[in-house]
Design a protein around this ligand. Structure first.
Ligand code: ADP
Length: 322
């Protein structure tokens, strides 16, 4: 440990600084701590409906090794990265959070597009700032390990660095790969798992991740689990048969489509209220099946058959569970 002067300048002493953060700008560390790190998660496997095969595999290959690094060594050593691919809104982020929560790890979440998107103004300066963010992210994760770093749209950081590309964007990708590849190799003791969720799946993602799990659209039981879970704390009148019927009517809906559908249906009782300012909360009528029938007209399945076909083909060829 070294010491860094306290920022407040109150002369009240110095804060201890971890060696691993010595070359990282304090404002970057603060930004990671405030915006990217979340150590207060309480997500259980039951919060994720369906996906039994994926959940079982994940427990075995990444959660248990994080809990018992002394047993999972050598051949049993965990992968340093896990690719979760599939249509949007199927629970990939939720799984990332659950892995962290269940293995007592700190959760970091960042979207690649926030790092690689084009920017206005000084390109060089912005590139340095974003490279600094990437370095700080991995350094802070090392300090707070075990850690799970969830990277949404990871494909934009992994795609080939081409000649025509902006220099700034190349720099960020290079920095990311240095950090990614350094994870677990510079120090075998590091317990950092990188969970990547690509927007588009490609060759680069395949090469970087040894474990690639397909997270599909929820099946009937999965959709039923999501609806039941969301209705649990609501005043509603849906019978088991109606919930089953709802699941039949929502084939092809993603988890987040189901979430959107339930939110829309929940507004039904509110829309029939005359004066929202005076009604007592107890007088709001229960959510009914008819509210869901109306909501079905508004909220449609968001994933196209064409996209689904692509994921399925890729899973057949490269998925770890196929
Ligand atoms: P992704 O990362 O795959 O795009 P998310 O994990 O962000 O999707 O899911 C978006 C929302 O959809 C979640 O916050 C949750 O409300 C709901 N959801 C999606 N899949 C599931 C699931 N399998 N179980 C429970 N909720 C789900």
């Amino acid at each position: 440990m070294t010491r860094r002067s306290s920022k407040s300048g109150d002369g009240g002493g110095e804060e201890p600084v971890d060696e691993r953060l010595r070359n990282i700008e304090p404002r970057m560390i603060e930004m990671i701590n405030n915006e990217i790190m979340d150590s207060s998660l309480a997500i259980t496997w039951d919060d994720i409906a369906g996906l039994d095969d994926a959940k079982n595999t994940i427990k075995e290959i990444v959660v248990w090794p994080m809990l018992r690094p002394d047993i999972f060594t050598g051949l049993r050593g965990p992968p340093k990265g896990l690719l979760l691919f599939g249509p949007p809104g199927t629970g990939k982020t939720l799984i990332g959070k659950c892995i962290a929560s269940q293995s007592g790890a700190t959760f970091f979440s960042i979207s690649s597009s926030s790092l690689t998107s084009k920017w206005v103004g000084d390109g060089e300066k912005m590139a340095s700032l974003r490279c600094g963010t990437v370095r700080a992210l991995f350094a802070v994760a090392r300090v707070h390990q075990p850690a799970v770093i969830f990277i949404d749209e990871i494909d934009s950081l992994l795609t080939q660095r081409t000649d025509g590309e902006f220099e700034a964007s190349r720099r960020i990708k290079t920095e990311f790969l240095i950090q990614f590849d350094g994870c677990g190799t510079t120090n075998d003791e590091d317990r950092i798992l990188i969970v990547g969720a690509p927007q588009e799946i490609d060759e680069a993602a395949r090469r970087r991740f040894r474990k690639r799990l397909y997270i599909p659209l929820p099946e009937d039981q999965g959709r039923m689990g999501i609806v039941r879970n969301l209705l649990k704390k609501q005043n509603h009148s849906l019978t088991d048969d109606e919930i089953a019927e709802l699941c039949r009517l929502t084939a092809g809906y993603s988890g987040s489509d189901m979430d959107g559908l339930c939110r829309e249906a929940a507004l039904g009782p509110i829309r029939s209220i005359g004066d929202i300012r005076t009604i007592s909360a107890d007088d709001v009528r229960p959510i009914t099946f008819a509210d869901f029938q109306n909501a079905l007209k508004q909220v449609r399945a968001s994933v196209s058959d064409k996209d689904l076909e692509l994921y399925l083909r890729w899973n057949d060829e490269y998925g770890s569970l196929s």
